[in-house]
Design a protein around this ligand. Structure first.
Ligand code: ADP
Length: 331
């Protein structure tokens, strides 16, 4: 359904519902008047009848009660009808807002992904072009090769995220194997340090009693890579802390940065697919809005749980708890 068509349909529904509300108020008013007139006439008729005062008074009371019941019936039915229409209006409005949000996110995603895919490709092309056209000193070749590799790495991560996010919506099942979290985390941290030599990443695992867990190695690697990538993006040049510990039968880890932080009202939304805080035009950092969606889905596929705590201007902590054994479920 196109945006313009759905907007027209929504406006039409609003007009019809508002018309129905007014029409109903009008009908209720007319019914009320008619009811009043009928009872006035019945009262007059009663007065004209030649009955004893006692009979008349009892008939008057019965008539009065009947009148009151009918008035309440009109109020009650009008109330239910108007409430249903207002609820209808509210549902249409909510569905519309959801649709607008989805369209906006999809368009933000397209803008972001186009940039994310095109810019490393353009850099790699330029580097290869330079190699083809110029004889360069060894030092320059090394420098260009390094930046070419970094761009390839960016492309690799982006394509991986795209493929994984498509899989996560349907066929992803974690391939569980035994991992030693200390060795595993250290190797990923080392790789990320190489990519960003100016960032300090510390790993505190003194509270890890049992370092063995059952997890999908490549899935968990993507989780940690995305959390570190975000910490480096949204807290540039700030130290990043990773803390690991066992909590009952779970292995938990926290990734903490000292960056811009996340407003509380965004805590849930940041895990939605394609969601990025702010608008694509005003956002300076690179990204597609897929990272945290993937992190959450992979965590949940392991029966794990993710939470975020953050203060704007001070930093953020993402905490993930995974069952140490595959048959556990996080309550
Ligand atoms: P991307 O980073 O590609 O935009 P993500 O899904 O990884 O997408 O994150 C969604 C949004 O959450 C980001 O756009 C950013 O606004 C916010 N966010 C994620 N991690 C952090 C962080 N460590 N600090 C501040 N904001 C963050």
């Amino acid at each position: 359904m196109t945006g313009a068509y759905s907007k027209r349909l929504r406006t039409l529904s609003y007009i019809v519902i508002i018309y129905m509300i007014f029409a109903f108020i009008w009908w209720a008013f007319l019914l009320f008047n008619k009811n009043q007139t009928v009872f006035d006439l019945q009262f007059q008729l009663l007065e004209l009848q030649e009955n004893s005062a006692e009979i008349k008074s009892s008939a008057r009371r019965t008539l009065q009660n009947k009148y009151q019941r009918q008035v309440w019936m009109i109020y009650g039915e009008a109330g239910v009808f108007i409430l249903s229409l207002v609820a209808g209006l509210w549902f249409i409005h909510k569905a519309y807002i959801r649709e607008v949000k989805t369209i906006q996110q999809a368009s933000n995603f397209l803008l972001a992904i186009t940039h994310e895919l095109k810019s490393p490709l353009a850099s790699i092309r330029l580097i290869l072009d330079t190699f083809a056209k110029h004889r360069l000193p060894a030092e320059k070749i090394q420098q260009l090769t390094k930046s070419g590799l970094e761009e390839t790495e960016r492309l690799h991560t982006m394509v991986n995220n795209l493929l994984l996010s498509a899989k996560l919506s349907s066929v992803y099942r974690p391939y569980l194997e035994e991992l030693n979290v200390i060795d595993f985390f250290n190797s990923i941290i080392e790789r990320n340090k190489k990519r960003n030599p100016n960032t300090i990443i510390s790993f505190n695992y003194s509270d890890v009693i049992n370092p063995k867990i059952q997890a999908d190695k490549s899935g968990l690697e993507t989780v940690l890579d995305n959390l570190l990538d975000n910490a480096m993006k949204y807290a540039p040049l700030q130290p990043i802390q990773i803390k690991g510990y066992n909590q009952n039968d779970f292995f938990c880890f926290e990734v903490t940065d000292l960056g811009m932080g996340i407003p509380k009202e965004e805590f849930e939304k940041i895990f939605e697919r394609f969601y990025r805080i702010g608008s694509e035009e005003t956002r300076k950092s690179k990204g597609s809005g897929l990272g945290l969606f993937i992190v959450k889905k992979v965590t949940e596929a392991h029966n794990g749980r993710i939470t975020v705590d953050s203060t704007v201007g001070q930093g953020s902590t993402f905490k993930i708890c995974l069952p140490s054994h595959s048959n556990q479920v996080v309550k």
